[in-house]
Design a protein around this ligand. Structure first.
Ligand SMILES: Cc1cc2nc3c(=O)[nH]c(=O)nc-3n(C[C@H](O)[C@H](O)[C@H](O)COP(=O)(O)O)c2cc1C
Length: 304
């Protein structure tokens, strides 16, 4: 997830345990080929035990092939996921992300190019139900014919954004035609949601729910989510930000990551504001630790 599943957050979730696969923020295939400095920073990986896939986006099969070759030769990522679901205007206008849902033949060419360029790396596609109408069955047929190893379906159209709930009623028919594992995505916010959805698909991908609650995978895998571990989440996130980013980048990272981390919880708006209005990393970190303390000890819940 752009600006969220960075190296620090991926390390945090991996350390908390239970997660089977992590995926980077979306990375421009062309940016990677240009060795754009910001892109190279974004593809830093950690040496942890959980497999990490790099997510690439682009609309040009040749560039995708080159980027896939570079990932295989020069990085330690365990696989490649191709983004065919991003609804953002600047991505769509270039014909990438969810724009590819309108053109299954082109999407298939992109998959074929990446498959051919990196034959030994697992290859997945993140797709939607369609662009402005459901065409996921046709789309799925087209990409699986080119050797994709699994598909992840966000059960919404591009035009839906988050305005309507994810429509999991399509899971059964898609699973019926899928010859590869089908991973479902959309509105899985709690362990109960995940357990219910796991009956419909081969796996679930958790986005916002994981940023709000990095222990969700730990508990899904049978962990007890103890208070000790709860207490570790925020201090450890701060340590990881400090490990992976130089001082000028830390405050921005802290604000981006905590926007979701705190949004799912009842707490004083005053405390949230204290993080967003911090002008230095030290101040932001102090405010976040104070907030964490109130959350764990239940002091913040009553105020709004
Ligand atoms: C801030 C933000 C950034 C996102 N960035 C990406 C991205 O880079 N690649 C991607 O495939 N999906 C991205 N998504 C979409 C999520 O991966 C996911 O498909 C969507 O949020 C629905 O799943 P959820 O209900 O579990 O969050 C992003 C979502 C948000 C809110």
């Amino acid at each position: 997830m752009a600006s969220l599943t960075d190296v620090a957050f991926r390390c945090l979730v991996s350390e908390m345990g239970g997660v089977g696969l992590l995926i980077t923020e979306m990375i421009s295939a062309e940016g990677l080929l240009r060795r754009n400095q910001r892109t190279m920073e974004m593809i830093r990986n950690s040496n942890d035990t959980t497999p990490v896939f790099i997510q690439l986006f682009g609309e040009n099969p040749d560039a995708m092939a080159e980027a896939a070759r570079m990932v295989a030769a020069e990085t330690g990522f365990d696989g490649i996921d191709i983004n065919m679901g991003c609804p953002a205007g600047k991505v769509i206008r270039k014909g990438a992300g969810a724009a590819l849902m309108k053109d299954p033949a082109k999407a298939a060419k992109i998959v074929a190019a990446a498959r051919h360029a990196a034959p030994d790396l697992p290859l997945t596609v993140k797709m939607r139900l369609g662009f402005d109408r459901v065409n996921a069955p046709v789309f799925l047929e087209a990409i699986q014919a080119e050797g994709v190893d699994a598909v992840i379906v966000h059960f919404r159209l591009q035009c839906h954004r988050y305005r309507v709930p994810a429509d999991w009623s399509h899971a059964g028919s898609l699973r019926h035609i899928a010859r590869v594992p089908l991973v479902g995505n959309g509105d899985v916010m709690t362990e109960a949601d995940a357990r219910m959805r796991l009956a419909q698909v081969d796996g679930v991908m958790i986005g916002r729910g994981a940023i709000m609650d990095p222990l969700i995978f730990h508990r899904l895998a049978g962990g007890n989510g103890s208070v000790d571990l709860e207490e570790r989440v925020i201090p450890r996130l701060l340590e990881l930000i400090e490990t992976h980013y130089p001082e000028p980048m830390r405050l921005g990272r802290l604000k981006a990551l905590t926007r979701f981390l705190v949004s799912g919880r009842h707490m004083s708006r005053r405390y949230r504001q204290a993080i967003y209005t911090a002008t230095t990393y030290a101040q932001g970190a102090r405010n976040l630790l104070a907030l964490a303390d109130r959350l764990i000890n239940g002091h913040g819940a009553a105020q709004t």
